[in-house]
Design a protein. Structure first.
Ligand SMILES: *[C@@H]1O[C@H](CO)[C@@H](O)[C@H](O)[C@H]1NC(C)=O
Ligand SMILES: *[C@@H]1O[C@H](CO)[C@@H](O)[C@H](O)[C@H]1NC(C)=O
Ligand SMILES: *[C@@H]1O[C@H](CO)[C@@H](O)[C@H](O)[C@H]1NC(C)=O
Ligand SMILES: *[C@@H]1O[C@H](CO)[C@@H](O)[C@H](O)[C@H]1NC(C)=O
Ligand SMILES: *[C@@H]1O[C@H](CO)[C@@H](O)[C@H](O)[C@H]1NC(C)=O
Length: 313
């Protein structure tokens, strides 16, 4: 592919990313209604929610409502402390933050009958951290998802083929029933997992185990039919694929007590070819728009232009 080709690819990426954020109509044509929670799980399972996307809850006003609630309230169907409450259908709720979001209907009995939706919202794939956008154009990292800010203390990651990272789950505490129900979420929150990285689960063998499971099994703490299970510690699990990965302890009650870890794995942004061309924006899981991604695309174009000029001289 010649230089013109590169430029066309990048301009296309720019145009593609400039599409609007997605609107998701909850349960599609059925709308926000009383039905099995599995229906909501299945609906959400194949979707990649990102910051900026909008959930649309269709329902007849005064027959349902939508409350965003905490995980605890979601699990117990408690309506006491809602984060927000929408009384009129259709309700449009913009997903402004990453992480898990929980929605229930507060009408008596509706949530416990299954009218509840839990989703996981990822960062806008093309958004970059401030440190990322500060990377000068001479390192044309074409994937606009550099490692997160906490790594800025480390040497620059412009070195292709960097050694994958090992992450010890919950650090020195190890894989255990956590003191806080959000301990694993907090531990994972500032980490940028990439394909090739390794999770290390430290635990006393026969007191815990580690199963990789589906999102549905993670949510319901079901240890039947795990994707994989490791019973001996320390368990090292290589992250071989992008996307969300879910881990639970299958010992009775452990997962329900919070021994569960959900992480999102990105492609290895360091595995760039010397020309920096291989993982161009559009090959990422879900290119999206944002002011930042537009800035990044422009940056990429600028970087390519400077490479081109270097070649021409
Ligand atoms: C989402 O809905 C808004 C408001 O109706 C609309 O302007 C926008 O184009 C929709 N976006 C997509 C991607 O459909
Ligand atoms: C919600 O509030 C009601 C009334 O104050 C109380 O009886 C109930 O125990 C509370 N439920 C939860 C789950 O906190
Ligand atoms: C998300 O942000 C928009 C725009 O700032 C705001 O209007 C909306 O209320 C926010 N939504 C939620 C659920 O916080
Ligand atoms: C990760 O662990 C493996 C196996 O123990 C080791 O070979 C490798 O050097 C470690 N990588 C880092 C970055 O610590
Ligand atoms: C990841 O790939 C390695 C090497 O191909 C393999 O040994 C390992 O079982 C894989 N891990 C998972 C979790 O699939």
């Amino acid at each position: 592919m010649g230089l013109i080709g590169f430029v066309i690819v990048f301009v296309s990426a720019f145009v593609y990313e400039a599409t609007a954020a997605d609107n998701y109509t909850v349960l599609d044509g059925r709308g926000w209604t009383i039905t099995s929670q599995d229906d909501y799980r299945n609906w959400a399972a194949n979707k990649d929610f990102e910051v900026g996307d909008v959930l649309i809850f269709n329902f007849p006003t005064q027959q349902h409502d939508v409350a965003e609630v905490t995980k605890e309230a979601f699990d117990s169907c408690s309506v006491n402390n809602t984060i927000s409450l929408h009384l009129n259908g259709p309700a449009r709720i913009r997903l402004n933050t990453t992480g898990n979001h929980y929605f229930i209907c507060t009408f008596n009995g509706h949530c416990s009958a299954g009218q509840k939706l839990a989703i996981s919202v990822k960062p806008d794939e093309d958004a970059v951290s401030p440190s990322g956008s500060a990377v000068p154009p001479q390192t044309p990292r074409s994937s606009p998802s550099p490692r997160s800010t906490p790594r800025s203390a480390q040497p620059p990651t412009s070195n292709p083929g960097e050694t994958p990272d090992n992450y010890t789950v919950l650090d020195s505490q190890g894989w255990r029933i956590p003191s806080s129900p959000i301990a694993y979420r907090n531990w994972a929150a500032d980490k940028d997992f990439e394909v090739g990285d390794m999770l290390i689960f430290n635990f006393p063998t026969q007191q815990h185990d580690v199963a990789e499971v589906t999102k549905a099994a993670y949510d319901s703490c079901s240890g039947t039919n795990p994707i994989s299970i490791q019973r001996n510690a320390p368990a090292s699990i290589r992250l071989n694929s992008t996307g969300d990965h879910y881990f639970i302890c299958t010992f009775n009650g452990h997962c329900a007590a919070g021994q569960k870890l959900a992480i999102s794995v990105k492609s290895n942004v360091d595995a760039v070819s010397p020309t920096g061309v291989t993982p161009a924006g559009p090959s990422g899981p879900t290119p999206r728009n944002s002011a930042q991604s537009i800035a990044v695309s422009s940056l990429s174009i600028a970087a390519l232009m400077s490479i081109a000029l270097a070649f021409l001289h």
